[in-house]
Design a protein around this ligand. Structure first.
Ligand SMILES: [Fe+2]
Ligand SMILES: [Fe+2]
Length: 316
C-alpha cells in the first residue's frame, strides 16, 4: 500500500477562506461541494499479527484502543444524529448529517472486524467492552424519562460532546495521513489502510458535528464546557485502554508497563501523535473563531481515498 500522499502533492479542490460573520469563525471553504458518501469497505485480517507495528506492542495497543472504543462509540454517534435529524432546518446540513451517519456506521463495523479477532489471539476484550457499553448506552444514551425541553437539552449536550470528539478524530485522521514513521516501521499494510481510510473520512466529514452543534446551539459556553469534560475523559479512557490491552495481551507479557516516557519515545519515532500536537489541537478548539475546516486537508483526504486499496475495491 502506498503511504498517504502529502498535502502539497495533490491538487487542491478549492482553497479559499471566508469569514462569516465578521466576528465569526474562519471557515475554510475547501470542500463546499463535497458529497459525504459511505464506502462499503472490506478488510482481510487473515494475516494480521498481534503486534501489527512490528516489535512495538505499546504503539500497537495505543492505536488498538480505537478498536475498543469506536464500534460502540460510533454507533452512539449514529443513534444520536438520527435522533437530531428532526431539529435540522437546513437542507444542506441535513444531507451532510445523513452522509456522516452513513460513514460512521461503516467505521464502527470496520473496527468491530478487528475487535472480533482478539479472542482468537488470546486477548479477551470483554471486561473493557462492558465498561464502554455502559458509557455509551447508560451514561450517554437517549433517555425516555426526559421529554420536551429537557429531552432537547440532553440531545444538544450529546451533539456537543460528539463535536468535541470529532475534533480529535479529525486531528488523528490528519496525523495518520501524515505519519511516515508507520511506513518506516513496516506496520501491517491492511491496518494502515484501515486507519488511513478512516482517518481520511474523518477529515472529509470533520465539519459536520460542529456545524450541527452551531445549528442547534451557537453558544460558545456549551462548546467549551463539553470540551472541558470530553478531552480529559478521552485521555483517561485511552490510558485505561492501553493498560488493559498490554496486561491482557499474552504476547506482551514481560514487555513492561506502558509509561508516558515510552509514549513520548514512540511519538519521536513517528509511531504515535506527539503530546504537544495533541495539546495544541485542543487549544485551537477553544478559539472563538475556530472552525473544523482549519484542521487537516480535504484535498489530501480525497487523494488518499482515491488510492486506498479498501476504498478502491469498494468503488468497483
Ligand atoms: Fe469514524
Ligand atoms: Fe467522524
Amino acid at each position: 500500500m502506498s503511504p498517504a500522499p502529502p498535502a502539497a502533492a495533490v491538487p487542491r479542490i478549492t482553497r479559499r477562506s471566508i469569514r462569516t460573520p465578521l466576528d465569526g469563525p474562519v471557515v475554510r471553504d475547501e470542500h463546499r461541494d463535497l458529497a459525504l458518501d459511505p464506502r462499503d469497505v472490506r478488510f482481510d485480517w487473515s494475516r494480521l499479527p498481534m503486534h501489527w507495528v512490528p516489535d512495538e506492542p505499546m504503539a500497537t495497543h495505543t492505536m488498538n484502543v480505537l478498536h475498543l472504543l469506536l464500534p460502540e462509540g460510533e454507533r452512539w454517534f449514529v443513534r444520536t444524529f438520527q435522533e437530531a435529524l428532526p431539529l435540522i432546518t437546513d437542507e444542506r446540513l441535513r444531507e451532510d448529517v445523513i452522509g456522516f451517519i452513513g460513514q460512521e456506521s461503516v467505521h464502527a463495523e470496520a473496527h468491530q472486524g478487528v475487535l472480533d479477532l482478539l479472542p482468537a489471539k488470546g486477548l479477551d476484550p470483554a471486561p473493557f467492552l462492558r465498561q464502554v457499553e455502559w458509557l455509551f448506552h447508560r451514561v450517554l444514551g437517549a433517555r425516555d424519562d426526559l421529554a420536551g425541553a429537557a429531552g432537547r437539552e440532553h440531545l444538544i449536550e450529546r451533539v456537543a460532546i460528539i463535536a468535541a470528539i470529532e475534533h480529535f478524530t479529525a486531528f488523528l485522521g490528519d496525523w495518520v495521513l501524515n505519519a511516515p514513521g508507520l511506513d518506516r516501521a513496516e506496520a501491517d499494510p491492511t491496518m494502515l489502510d484501515l486507519l488511513r481510510w478512516h482517518g481520511a473520512e474523518e477529515v472529509e466529514h470533520r465539519s459536520v458535528a460542529y456545524d450541527l452543534l452551531v445549528h442547534v446551539d451557537p453558544s460558545y459556553s456549551r462548546r467549551m464546557r463539553t470540551m472541558a469534560v470530553t478531552g480529559p475523559v478521552l485521555i483517561w479512557l485511552w490510558v485505561r485502554g492501553v493498560r488493559f490491552l498490554m496486561f491482557a495481551d499474552p504476547e506482551a507479557a514481560g514487555r513492561g508497563r506502558p509509561t508516558w516516557r515510552a509514549y513520548v519515545q514512540a511519538s519521536r519515532r513517528g509511531l504515535l501523535p506527539g503530546l504537544t500536537g495533541v495539546a495544541r489541537s485542543a487549544a485551537r478548539y477553544v478559539k472563538p473563531r475556530y472552525h473544523p475546516t482549519q484542521e487537516g486537508s480535504t484535498s489530501q483526504a480525497v487523494a488518499y481515498l482515491a488510492c486506498s486499496p479498501a476504498a478502491r475495491s469498494a468503488a468497483r
